[in-house]
Design a protein around this ligand. Structure first.
Ligand code: CP
Length: 350
């Protein structure tokens, strides 16, 4: 069967991207109006914790008139196996082939959150867990953050930036700033922010310690997106220079490939000589009136100073708010009801 899953925006054309942003911004401007998805059901599998993604998708479904249900494998429902050809005599009582096969008889769309393993780079780069679930599903599977991508966050981020900047990037400088952190985090958010900024027409600077590069294939994809728009993606290990004159500073920590290949060395660098990689008021003052972004959750005093989060340059709350509006846009898109809803809205029937 052919089903249109959403893994990342890399597979989605510019026209659809523009329509999704427009729809997300419309929901922001008109946050309360209801649409007509009363006959739809959204199921969600959360293999990992969430505050924003879970809540925004549940409320988006409700505000569109649909019903939703959330399952957390191993906590209230069975632990699930995804690998083929394994004898299931461990913790997992059910395989995704059966679990997702059945669930996709009940729902019209399945959202899945499954983070990176942080141990098997090839597995994560190939999105093997998400792909196994997609292969078992009869209905579209929406990525609610996988090993390498977080498309829901990227759409909310782009929509928030368009709102603040009153349009796309237009060659402004977007700094994706690596930050220190007690844990080696996955690359889903930085990958998605990087691709989003390149697609949006920013000149993107990835500021990271020399050892903390992102996935080379994703970097190439971002460079191609930027080049097609006459923009660039560059890298630097000088955070202060990157912040100087920047228009956007998007802070995020990630372990990177080194966390897979030499986790002890990565941890020593992250918490040792790179522990001053934090967005401070001074670094934000050096920007060109730039905005501070973070996907949340964020550790105050570690990734960014509390004064920055509480200050006028921070737009992380707007990003968080846009998660709801973008979730509605994504569900309308997946269910093919955006145009119907727009016609009804324009004619005053919504
Ligand atoms: N940014 C984000 O996805 O937040 P949650 O992990 O809380 O869902």
């Amino acid at each position: 069967m052919t089903v249109n899953h959403l893994t990342s925006w890399r597979e989605v054309d510019d026209a659809s991207w523009e329509a999704l942003i427009a729809r997300s911004r419309l929901h922001h401007a008109e946050p309360r109006w209801r649409t007509t998805a009363a006959d739809r059901a959204l199921g969600m599998l959360f293999f990992n914790p969430s505050l924003r993604t879970r809540t925004s998708m549940e409320i988006a479904a409700a505000q569109l008139g649909a019903t939703s249900t959330v399952l957390t494998p191993g906590a209230g429902t069975w632990n699930l196996e995804w690998r083929d050809d394994v004898v299931m005599n461990g913790e997992a009582a059910e395989h995704v082939r059966e679990a997702v096969g059945v669930l996709s008889h009940y729902v019209d769309t399945l959202g899945v959150r499954v983070f990176a393993s942080m141990t098997d780079y090839q597995q994560d780069a190939e999105e093997r867990v998400l792909k196994a679930i997609q292969a078992a599903s009869r209905v579209p599977v929406v990525n609610l953050e996988s090993a390498f991508y977080h498309p829901c966050q990227a759409l909310a981020d782009a929509s928030a930036l368009r709102t603040v900047n009153e349009g796309p990037g237009g060659g402004r400088r977007f700094v994706l700033a690596w930050a220190t952190h007690p844990k080696a985090l996955p690359m889903a958010v930085p990958h998605s922010a990087l691709l989003m900024a390149a697609r949006e027409g920013y000149d993107v600077v990835v500021a990271r310690p020399p050892e903390h590069g992102l996935d080379p294939g994703v970097m190439d994809a971002a460079r191609n997106l930027a080049a097609a728009r006459g923009r660039s993606v560059t890298e630097t290990d000088d955070l202060d220079a990157a912040c100087e004159g920047a228009h956007v500073v998007y802070a995020k920590s990630w372990g990177g490939p080194l966390a897979y290949h030499d986790p002890a060395h990565e941890a020593a660098l992250r918490t040792g000589e790179h522990s001053d990689w934090r967005i401070t008021e001074e670094r934000m003052r050096a920007t060109d009136g730039g905005v501070f972004m973070h996907c949340l959750p964020v550790r105050r005093g570690v990734v960014v100073d509390g004064a920055v989060l509480d200050g006028p340059q921070a737009i992380h709350q707007l990003q968080g708010a846009y998660r709801l509006f973008s979730a509605k846009a994504i569900l309308e898109w997946v269910w093919g009801i955006a145009e119907d809803n727009e016609e009804k809205r324009e004619s005053g029937h919504l």
